[in-house]
Design a protein around this ligand. Sequence first.
Ligand SMILES: [Zn+2]
Length: 454
Amino acid sequence: MQATSVDERALAERQDEVVELLGQLLRIDTTNPPGNETKVAEFLAGWFAQHGLEGVIVGEPEHRRSFVLRLEGTRPGPTITLLAHTDVVPAEAENWAVPPFAGEVRDDWVWGRGAADIKNLVAAHAVAVRRLAASGRDFAGTVVYAATADEEEGAVAGARWLTQNRPDLVRCDYLLNEGGGEFLNLPDGRRLYELQTGEKGTAQFKLTVKGEGGHASVPLRHGNAVVDAAGLIRALHDYRPSVSLATVSPEYVELLVDDVEMRRRLLDVTSARGALEELHAGDGLLGRLLEPLYGVTFSPTIVHSSSKAVNVFPQTVELFVDCRMPAGQTEDDVRAEIDAALAGVEGDWSLEWFSVVRGNASATDGPFADAISTVLGRHVPQGCVAATHCVGFTDSNWFRVAFPDIVAYGFGPYLVEDGPTVFDRYHNVDERIHVKDVAFQALFAEELVRELLK
Ligand SMILES: [Zn+2]
């Protein structure tokens, strides 16, 4: 049986428009920092105006604004916000096969920084909204289109600003955002689609390691802050945090892991750690996908020495650690894990939180999840949707904080290229998306609105 039965004519109807729009968006350099997303907001305002639709450009500071457009249906009903961010991470052009800000279409791909994260959804949602408007707004409720600044570096502008300062514009019952929709082909022929129903929190911290100082011609047996920092880094790297199943969805594990005994061990708190270690030793992909869902993670990323001279021991070394905590945990839980990881490790250190945002999640069942499965099933009969948490961070978090009753999901489904292929492109060189995938994302968003607001 074929995995997909997509309506090729419906795809073709959208493809040229969405590919052209995506190319135009990619040619506007919104590298964050500094972002300059206002240029995209202005471009989108002009694009929608050509189609007789009027939105607003809002936000601070002036060069980091977002674009929001509200479309009322012909009947009353709930509100769904289609959200995607307009900033992109930096690109080192010399390492790319094509210029990263040229918006080139080559073979069957649209190439450029942001082609898959996530100007593809900025374009796909825009085409969906334009078509919903053009076909008579025949739905019950309101569709909000939001193209927001500053997701990659923390959304001080963008979604965070909007939810705090202009909740009237973006308040909704349902939020469709980036962060899910990649698929894995399962051995039994089905396709597992990830539906992101929650996000981990961040608890990034800085350790300041004190040293003895002095002339480096006489080695220090103890008190060399560089050596002590190395010990702390190694201890954090090697530490295996306590396992929590609170944010591990059994259906996700069941769909992903076909070995019944392995599955059982992964869903039992006493055996999960050993099972994860085995997965890491094996093909690696499953271990990488699953392990961050089970607890706190520590990734040391930056080290600064106060010494500017090679012959001087530093008084201090600063060590920055990217740390993610499951939804429901707080920085106190993380602190207990840090203390456990560093117990008995040599070094005089103190801790300062660098960036702390608690994780959160939406219910995994209900009308929104049902509508997503229904629309997906129409085009991908072999597709099954499994809830999971984002191990990184998305703007859905800010929406759940501002509007506690909201159901916020990440889902921008792929049709052609599988998850392992597209995961590798995010934040990487030669970022690109298949033209049929971005066309499908436009088709899906439009049909989802019709299904949910029918
Ligand atoms: Zn993104």
